[in-house]
Ligand binder design. Sequence first.
Ligand SMILES: Nc1ncnc2c1ncn2[C@@H]1O[C@H](COP(=O)(O)OP(=O)(O)OP(=O)(O)O)[C@@H](O)[C@H]1O
Ligand SMILES: [Mg+2]
Length: 460
Amino acid sequence: MTPEQFLELAIVLPEPLLLVTNEGQVLATNQAVADMLTLRRQELQGKTLFDLATQPASDIIKYLQACSTSRAMILGSLTLRKNDGQTLICRTQGAVIQPWSPESSALILLRLENRTLASNNFVLLNQKIDELGKEVQKRKQAELELQKANEELEIRVEERTTALQKTLNELQLTQTQLIQAEKMSSLGQMVAGIAHEVNNPVSFIYGNLHHAHKYTQDLLKLIEIYQQICQDPPLEIQKQIEEIDLSFLIEDITKLFESMTAGTQRIQEIVKSLRNFSRLDEAELKQVNIHEGIESTLMILDHRLQAKHDCPEIKVIKKYGQLPNVTCYPGQLNQVFMNILANAIDALEKSAVAGQWSAANSKTTDKPQIQITTELIDKKWIAITIADNGFGIDEQVRSKLFDPFFTTKPVGKGTGLGLSISYQIIVEKHGGQLNCFSTPGKGAEFLIKIPVNLQQLSFA
Ligand SMILES: Nc1ncnc2c1ncn2[C@@H]1O[C@H](COP(=O)(O)OP(=O)(O)OP(=O)(O)O)[C@@H](O)[C@H]1O
Ligand SMILES: [Mg+2]
């Protein structure tokens, strides 16, 4: 670039520019340099940087040297002397535009910048950076707040979902309870209804049996007297005596009355058991004999214990301990016995169908059985164990046993509510425990633990 070309270009630029050689010779300047130094442009002609700057010449040469040997822009500083005698500290940016050669010096373009202005710009820049920093900070804060709000929202949504899930679970449980309560109440009502219907005619028969027996005895006594007085009765009477086999009749009729009395007594016991089972009138806590509850439940299930074409008779082994009367909800406890015993019978029937007790099975030693054990654990607790020797329960089934609607039975046979309701009754209603133990293939055992006096437990 020649000084002329430089001037052509620099003239239009507002910033102060100088074209110098590496020896410090000023070749050209623009108007901005003259203005800065309060000189006229002509006054700058023929000057060297050493004339214009106050620094030692060696420093200036060193700087120009650096500019001429680097491809990059070199930053520096010059203290310039103004026309009015004042000095002006400038920042410089120097760039070589024609490298040094043996024939000619290097040409360097110097850009001057008033340091105070630069400082001002620097301050402005700093302010801008500050503002930007604050803005960034503000945005970061806003982002943090947004994130926090988001997290809070997520927590609230999660809490809400948990609450909804809880409500849903509670509703499902209530629904299962209602279904089961309905089922048991229909069964209870039916049982109570049958008991009531049977009770009337049986009481009637039982009440009259005594009189019938007495009247019969009276008539027999009369016949005996007749026979004593009239030892040779007319032929027609003798024929009738033979026909009815009077002596056998007299002997048999007493036995007949005895067995009729025993029969009606048995029916009365059954009716009592049915009533005991349904216990519709006892929704409140009551002191009861647990064994009576078990017995009446067994009686209801008696038909299922009998031998059938595909299952031998199910033996019930009772090992009852000495139990005090237990304060509980008797109707509900009977439901538990019913559910567990019915499950045991189902399991034994299934094992029978699978051939567990068939004669062909050489491993068979025992027969289908249910063992019921009761015991007083201590003054406050009793235990009832109901164990069967059916196919047992594997771990996978055992983990879901008490879940509502869990069933392995075919559709229409099981609703999967029996054990979940039983759990509810024992654990929540009676503050007790219900556990299941099983060795798959050998049978299952259900252990019920309940307090002797629920009231004392809840007030303790
Ligand atoms: N004694 C048992 N032996 C083997 N499996 C059992 C026994 N008792 C319960 N189970 C298993 O536990 C499951 C759940 O029993 P639960 O009584 O809750 O329902 P369910 O008998 O299937 O139906 P239901 O509502 O009619 O009682 C049964 O389907 C069965 O798989
Ligand atoms: Mg069941």
